[in-house]
Design a protein around this ligand. Structure first.
Ligand SMILES: [Cu+2]
Length: 260
């Protein structure tokens, strides 16, 4: 009886927990013109549909900026309830390819006897809730802008715990051809699912991607099928937790680039 109740609660909890956990963190630039010394505006988005802004993340948990000359230069971030995104501005030191990054230090999401709740396991237990599972969702996004033939900036490794790194220069990406990426999980080759999609592929349905493959020893190939803004996504669940706070950690990564 007790087992059945817990199973039912787990299912109910999962149903409640999944919508919140499936928000994806992406970056969208307001233009494609990169010029040294000229402020460049971009947004951090959180949504279930690719590149359709839906929710303003907690700005205290989001960092965004430019990755240049081997360093992350963080910019101030401002939430916009009107545009449902987080705005930031960077000023590149150089012309050429620019790499923008966004990171979300996720809150712990618990499946409890009362449904999905955010908060550390011990905090919620302290409130008398029965916590069935506690997961921390950390998210990372990179956007490559203004890629060009002789600029290797696109291949920079920024050091995110889960990171998608292009092997193919986005400047060479073409519809009908394969785009190769390298994926690292804590610096080691990642093996697991990879999704990809592009702006406009679908606007009607959530969590719907144009392409699926699996990375083998850190390598995945995505067949590009359209010009436009592309996003490649990988995720890893079940990483070690932190006693009392969360049982496991889940990582999401998104790589964005423009196909001409
Ligand atoms: Cu969600």
């Amino acid at each position: 009886m007790r087992t059945k109740t817990i199973a039912a609660l787990t299912l109910m909890g999962l149903a409640l927990a999944l919508p919140a956990s499936a928000h994806e963190l992406t970056i969208k630039a307001k233009s494609n013109e990169v010029k040294a010394g000229v402020p460049f505006e971009a947004t951090v988005q959180s949504a279930h549909k690719f590149i359709v802004p839906e929710e303003v993340e907690d700005v205290s948990r989001v960092r965004a900026g430019i990755f240049e000359d081997g360093k992350f230069r963080e910019s101030p971030v401002t939430g916009s309830e009107k545009d449902l995104c987080i705005n930031f501005t960077v000023t590149p030191a150089r012309d050429g390819t620019m790499l923008l990054i966004a990171e979300k230090d996720g809150e712990t999401w618990c499946v409890t006897s009362e449904g999905g709740r955010s908060g550390a396991r011990k905090t919620l237990e302290g409130q008398g809730l029965k916590v069935l599972s506690a997961t921390k969702y950390d998210k990372y996004a990179k956007a490559i802008l203004n890629a060009s033939g002789d600029d290797k900036t696109f291949a920079a490794v920024v050091g995110h715990p889960l990171e998608i790194i292009p092997v193919t220069n986005p400047a060479d990406a073409k519809a009908g051809e394969f785009f190769e990426v390298k994926i690292l999980l804590n610096g080691q080759p990642y093996t697991g699912p990879v999704w990809a999609t592009y702006d406009g592929f679908v606007t009607e349905y959530e969590n719907t991607y144009a392409y699926y493959t699996e990375a083998e020893s850190g390598v995945a190939h995505i067949r590009i099928t359209s010009p436009g803004l592309w996003g490649v996504r990988a995720m890893q669940a079940g990483l070690p937790g932190a006693e009392g706070d969360y049982d496991s950690r889940s990582l999401r990564a998104f790589l964005l680039f423009e196909v001409k």
